[in-house]
Design a protein around this ligand. Sequence first.
Ligand code: HEC
Length: 233
Amino acid sequence: MKISDYLSHEELKRLASALLVVLGFIAIAAFFGFTVVPGLRYQAHDSGEALVQAVQGETGWLDPTDYPVMVREVIPPIDPRTVMTPNATLMARGRALFAQTCATCHGPEGKGDGPGGAGLNPKPRNFTASAGWKNGTHLEDIYKTLEEGVKGSSMVSYNYLTKKDRMALAHVVQSLGAFDHGASDPKAIASLEKLFASAGEVIPNRIPVARAVDVLCREYAETRPQPPTSTIR
Ligand code: HEC
């Protein structure tokens, strides 16, 4: 049984060309639907509007983990005696830094109840309670947290701060909790002392991420040709 038993050669040809026309229409419709229309919509969306804009919340959404402006600094090695145990100047410096940098998440008294920490998972550590510390509560443990951050959480590394500032913060964190923080490992303390005494550090220039984004946006706007002004009113 052959198809030519039912349809003549002419009829087959007509059928084939009709099929070709239908396929052609589908191809054109698909081209418009998937390529031309989205392209036009993108263009309409892009033209005349403000260029890329840095997202800003009330205090700037990047604030909690952002870098403050810092000018490059070369810092000589520190005398360990000035940082291993708390003293008045160190604590004053630490408390100021804490209020500026940490309180948004950890709260002004370190209870883990700062406004920036409300939606975080895991929640910022409560420094007034001994439970749940991942790196530990010893001085060297808190120093490590500030050096490395806590993986998988919004506790980032604060190693852009000087070693002395990080030690000041570690003492302040301990001072906020009335519980026993335990005795430090003498070996860990000795290696920290060695680290402080042996090498100075260079603090590079830094600007906040939000400001860097603003600068990038401005430079991009300056190099990009202005979009044509619309004649339709
Ligand atoms: C963006 C919010 C945020 C900021 C700002 C922040 N932290 Fe944290 N911090 C967290 C979170 C969240 C955790 C809990 C991490 C976890 O449980 O995995 C944490 C945990 C900690 C811990 C406990 C780590 C442990 O062993 O479990 C210490 C210590 C700490 N932060 C110190 C600080 C200090 C000091 C500052 C300021 C320099 C600071 N944090 C700034 C969010 C923040």
